[in-house]
Ligand binder design. Structure first.
Ligand code: 6R9
Length: 686
């Protein structure tokens, strides 16, 4: 069921349907962490020192000397000379300030079991596991790989690594064995923490088997720690070299492990993400800038308060979970929720049940989830009391206005501001979003004469929400929308997002690949001669007369499936690895719930033309093996040829249009225009 925009059909009142702007409720504004409209101006005037405001949210072992060191741009350094420990900032200091008994993590398993870790509990277990890691030989700067689903031991292991200065590299549990091996090899990692399994829709999944398979492809001798998540459900199999997490923690119970003072610029973690080429990129984040930035944005945008129960539904295996389940919220001493399973198990009201039971204040999710909720219908949220909610957020992909309005009405009861936050793995934290409670000054917009004839030059305008548009860049962030020459486009025009000033949460480099770092992000719009560096996130966008930015999507070969970032080249190389497939092109097509879905167009080799079913099965398997189920193709279409330009380039745009059911436009410049209709018929035929 879709309307002509391909969005799920839902009932919205005519009133909402037509409303284009929304103001935050007064009750929210009154209690908000950041509500002073001067924040934009203050940041602009005091840049880069404005970022001290973020650094001030942290406890430093050693004060920094310089806010921003830009001598070796684009290898920027933040808060140089400063020293701190992320685990200390997320745990010890809250305990020292009397919050020992406040819940730090509230976890619920898919089968309904719950666990609450107070700040005191969490600190104890983090120290015990940190001591255990040290005993296993982990030293400062060794990369520890964490391959775990949404269980409390994942953030515990992250914080234990941070405590001893060992960067972690979390690999999303849904990734395949091959993907694990690639990431471990790339990071030269000698340690792995994983688990026996976890639950999905009531079934126990064997995760350890996948980890073991991955380990066979790792060059290093690896020490493995296994968390027993399932008890007897699956055999808790420990290989000869594997250690039992529970035993290790028990052995080290009561251990006290001094948090290691890390230089602000020391690596906190690595996170692999997809890019234009097949090789995943190891994005490097540092201790000072990243932690300050995630704490600041959690404070200013998510309005996180220590007494809140805060819930971000992302998986910790992605950057959103790192920044806004673990580091940002815990740095601010709040209660952060974690849920292990799927939102429709055992019923489609599972998330609303959790919101009600835990009196959740803030709920941060992805548009793809909202589109599923819409499809399931309002009866599910209506079963629950959601009145504890104060703020809603979205992240990961563009949100269509209809989904925004549904979220606003049916989840927020028209009482909660929504922040639509644009950012990336590379940016570390949010970059473009409204601040939920600000009456922003509109610079340059002369107001009407006041009674008595007095003139004012700026008029406070509500930083109102416009469904579908992320909003203005955050204070201190110089994001723009530019044309191919780097000149800012006019209001109403489309172009590319650039960020023209550095910010503390930015990636510092791609792990052991400075060259690729420059090439990927700092080449398109920078002027190296003039030492002018402009960050290029590879997203298209539009800007309006209020400087609100509407993100249009990736302009590179990355597709966004259910908010997950996938490289088409990675999928293509898996498909062409199948015997019998000569060539393949992978594109994203519109999907009404997932946003985009994976479409594969493949040419069979001679002799395989009549073996489509067999090839399809193998191609599917190859994608699952090399990446994982998130990359599962929606459709694999076999064709004798791919549409190509006269110079021999595959016309991906056209293949995207076919997948999305869009107009195909002029195909006359193709070398083989006749193939287009043939492919389109096949796709439409099923
Ligand atoms: C945080 C995260 C980054 C890409 C990014 C963009 C898309 C993220 C968005 C959004 C429109 C938003 N994206 N947030 N598009 N509106 N609010 O998702 O990181 O996995 O690295 O993906 O996601 O295309 O470039 P990551």
């Amino acid at each position: 069921m879709s309307d002509d925009t391909g969005e799920p059909e839902v009932e919205l009142e005519a009133r909402l349907e037509e409303q284009e702007t929304f103001e935050p409720p007064e009750s929210f504004v009154e209690q908000a962490n950041v509500s002073d409209p001067d924040v934009y101006e203050e940041f602009e005037e005091n840049w880069p020192d404005c970022w001290e405001r973020a650094a001030d949210l942290l406890s430093w072992d050693e004060e920094y000397d310089t806010v921003l060191e830009d001598g070796d741009a684009p290898f920027y350094e933040w808060f140089t000379g400063g020293e701190l420990n992320a685990s200390y900032n997320c745990l010890d200091r809250h305990v020292e300030e009397g919050a020992k008994n406040r819940a730090a993590i509230k976890w619920e398993g898919e089968l309904g079991e719950t666990r609450t870790y107070t700040y005191g509990d969490l600190l104890n277990e983090v120290e015990a596991f940190a001591a255990a890691l040290r005993d296993l030989g982990v030293e400062e700067d060794d990369v520890v790989t964490l391959y775990m689903p949404m269980i409390p031991e994942l953030p515990i292991a992250m914080l234990a690594c941070a405590r001893i200065g060992a960067p972690h590299s979390v690999v999303f549990a849904g990734f395949s064995a091959d993907a694990l091996a690639t990431r471990m090899n790339s990071a030269d990692s000698e340690y792995l923490v994983t688990c026996d399994g976890y639950y999905r829709r009531g079934d126990a999944l064997n995760h350890k088997e996948k980890a073991d398979k991955g380990l066979r492809g790792v060059e290093n001798d690896v020490q493995t720690v296994v968390v027993d998540r399932l008890g007897d459900e699956l055999t808790h199999f420990l290989g000869a070299d594997a250690h039992d997490y529970g035993e290790l923690v028990a052995e080290h119970e009561g251990a006290s492990v001094e948090p290691v003072s890390r230089d602000a610029e020391d690596m906190l973690f690595l996170m692999y993400t997809s890019g234009t080429t097949g090789e995943p990129k190891g994005v490097k984040h540092t201790t000072g800038g990243y932690l300050a930035y995630t704490a600041w944005t959690s404070h200013a945008v998510l309005d996180v308060k220590p007494e809140d129960t805060y819930w971000c539904t992302a998986d910790i295996g992605w950057i959103t979970g790192h920044s806004y389940i673990v580091y940002g919220p815990l740095a601010l001493g709040t209660t952060t929720m974690m849920y292990e399973g799927t939102p429709d198990y055992p019923e489609k009201d599972r998330l609303w049940d959790l919101v009600e039971k835990n009196r959740v204040d803030t709920f941060y999710t992805a548009p793809t989830a909202i589109r599923s909720f819409m499809k399931w219908g309002t009866e599910y949220p209506e079963r629950h009391d959601l009145s504890s909610l104060r703020l809603l957020g979205t992240v990961g992909e563009p949100i269509n206005p209809r989904a925004w309005k549904w979220y606003y009405k049916h989840i927020g009861d028209e009482e909660c501001p929504i922040v639509d936050t644009w950012w990336q793995t590379e940016t570390g934290g949010m970059m473009i979003t409204t601040l939920p409670a600000i009456n922003e000054m509109k610079p340059g917009s002369a107001g009407p004469p006041l009674p008595g004839g007095m003139m004012i030059t700026t008029l406070p305008a509500i930083n109102e929400m416009k469904p579908g548009s992320a909003g203005p860049p955050l204070p201190g962030v110089d994001a723009r929308v530019v044309d191919a020459n780097g000149d800012e486009v006019e209001a109403g025009q489309a172009g590319y997002v650039t960020v023209n000033n550095p910010w503390p949460g930015m990636l510092r480099t791609l792990y052991q690949n400075d060259e690729r770092f420059i090439e990927e992000y700092w080449t398109e719009y920078s002027d190296e001669e003039a030492d002018e560096w402009v960050y290029f996130p590879e997203d298209g966008a539009k800007i309006d007369e209020d400087d609100y930015i509407t993100i249009l999507g990736r302009v590179d070969d990355v597709i966004n499936v259910s908010g997950h970032r996938l490289g088409t080249m990675e999928i293509e190389s898996a498909v062409v690895g199948v015997e019998g497939i000569a060539e393949a092109a992978v594109v994203g097509g519109d999907h009404d719930v997932k946003g985009e879905a994976v479409y594969v167009y493949a040419i069979p080799e001679d002799g395989y033309e009549d073996r489509h079913a067999e090839l399809e099965e193998k191609a599917m398997e190859a994608v699952l093996d090399s990446i994982g189920p998130i990359a599962r193709p929606e459709e694999i279409v076999f064709t004798p040829e791919l549409p190509k330009t006269r110079s021999g380039k595959i016309m991906r745009r056209l293949l995207e249009n076919i997948a999305s059911g869009d107009e195909l436009g002029d195909t006359s410049t193709l070398r083989n225009p006749e193939i287009v209709d043939e492919i389109a018929d096949q796709v439409a035929g099923d």
